[in-house]
Design a protein around this ligand. Sequence first.
Ligand code: SAM
Length: 294
Amino acid sequence: MPVSDDHDAPTEAARPEKREALSAPGRVKDLSSVSNPIIKDIRALGAKKGRDETGLFMAEGLKLVIDALDAGWAIETLVVAKSQLHNPLLTKTAARTVALGADVVEASEKVLGVITRRDNPQSAIGVFRQRTVALDRLDLSSDGVVVALDRVRDPGNLGTILRTVDAVGAKGVILVGDCVDPFSLETVRATMGSIFAVPVSRASEGQFLGWRTKFKGLVAGTHMTGTTDYRAPDYAGRPLVLLMGNEQAGLSEPLTKACDLLLRIPQAGRADSLNLAIATGVMLFEVRRKALSL
Ligand code: SAM
C-alpha cells in the first residue's frame, strides 16, 4: 500500500525530513518523479562512483531479483512498475522484500526506464549490496576450477564469462589488476543472473602472485605463443586456476611467468586471436569435459 505520493518531487531536496520518512525500512513508497531523491540515488548506481560510494548495485528483471533473494543476497530496495502490479509473482516478491525489512518503491515505467537507461524497462529493479570473497575463500579443493582474468575491460566479456563459469560448475572468478566493475549494469545484464551464483574475488597482480605461491594445484595460462595444445593436459583430479589475458595486451609478463603451462587453442583462418569470452568458454568446456554429462 503506497505511503506517499511524490508528484511534486522537484522540491524534495529541500525537504530532508520527508526524505527521512521515506527511507524508513520495510515500507512501500509510491514515487512517480524521476527527480525524487530516492530515484536519483538509485539512478546514481548506474555510475561506478555511485556503486563505489554505496557498495550497492542494480539488477534488472523479476527473475534476477528472485534468483538473488533465493541465493541470500541482501536487498536494499525493490523498484516495481506500477502497471505490472497485477502480476502475482511481482507482488509476492514485493511482499518478500518488505518482510526482509527493505523498501519497495512503486514507480511508473518511465521512472524504471530512466533508472536503467532503457526504452523497454523490466518490471522490477532490485538494489542489492555488493559481495566479493577473499582469495582464500575460493573453493579450490579437489578438482575445483577458478578463472583468473588479467585486467578484463569489457563488461560483456566479463558477464559472459561469469555465466559460462556458472554453467560449467567452476568455482569462481578472480579479477586481477584493473578490471571492469563486475557490478556494472552491463556486466550484471550479461551474466543473466550468474552474478548471484559465482563467487568473485578481486586482487592486485602482486596479491595474486603472492597467493599463487601457496596454491598447490595447476596454474594454466592461455597465451597466443603457448606451446601446449589446450586438449593435451589431463585436467581432472587436481584444482586448476585458468589464467586468461587482457583483450588487447594478453597476459602480463609476470602472470605469464607464474604459469605452470602455457596453452594455445589452435586456429585456422585469418583471425589473430579469439574473443576473450569465447576463448574462456572453449577452455572451460575442455577442462570440465569429464565432469559434465547430459
Ligand atoms: N593481442 C592479444 C595477444 O596477443 O595476446 C590478444 C588477446 S585475446 C583477444 C584475449 C585473451 O584470450 C588472450 O590473452 C588469451 O588468454 C585468450 N585467447 C584468445 N585466443 C586464444 C588462442 N587461440 N589460444 C589461447 N588463448 C587465446
